[in-house]
Design a protein around this ligand. Structure first.
Ligand code: FES
Length: 113
């Protein structure tokens, strides 16, 4: 399949559904296709981040498909293992995704349970 559906839900429940090409980077896709308030960053981190290198963890999002998308990057592996938001810069879009904006000041909180 060459195209996937990405649904992004903001903290306020506003949903945007978009089409992504197979293999696109999730962080870049969100930055390119959503207004600033829907992007993975806060107003502070949109200009202060590692640029997608998997270091800063400011690009975190919750994924409905968290359990079926294996992390490749060490930091994304740690995020998944410890229940923190996934690093959107380390997620490749290769299936339909439902992405939830994370409530955060800099980094997102850990998910309980
Ligand atoms: S942009 Fe820094 S970890 Fe994703």
């Amino acid at each position: 399949m060459s195209e996937h559906t990405v649904t992004f839900r903001t903290l306020h429940g506003v949903e945007t559904t978009l089409k992504a090409k197979d293999g696109e980077n999730l962080r870049q896709f969100l930055l390119d296709n959503l207004p600033a308030e829907g992007a993975p960053y806060t107003k502070y981190t949109k200009n202060l981040n590692c640029g997608g290198r998997g270091i800063c963890a400011t690009c975190g999002v919750w994924l409905a498909e968290n359990d079926v998308i294996p992390p490749d990057h060490w930091h994304d592996k740690a995020a998944k293992a410890f229940g923190y938001p996934r690093l959107s810069c380390q997620v490749t879009i290769n299936q339909d995704l439902t992405v939830f904006q994370v409530d955060k000041w800099l980094w997102g909180n850990r998910r309980s349970g």
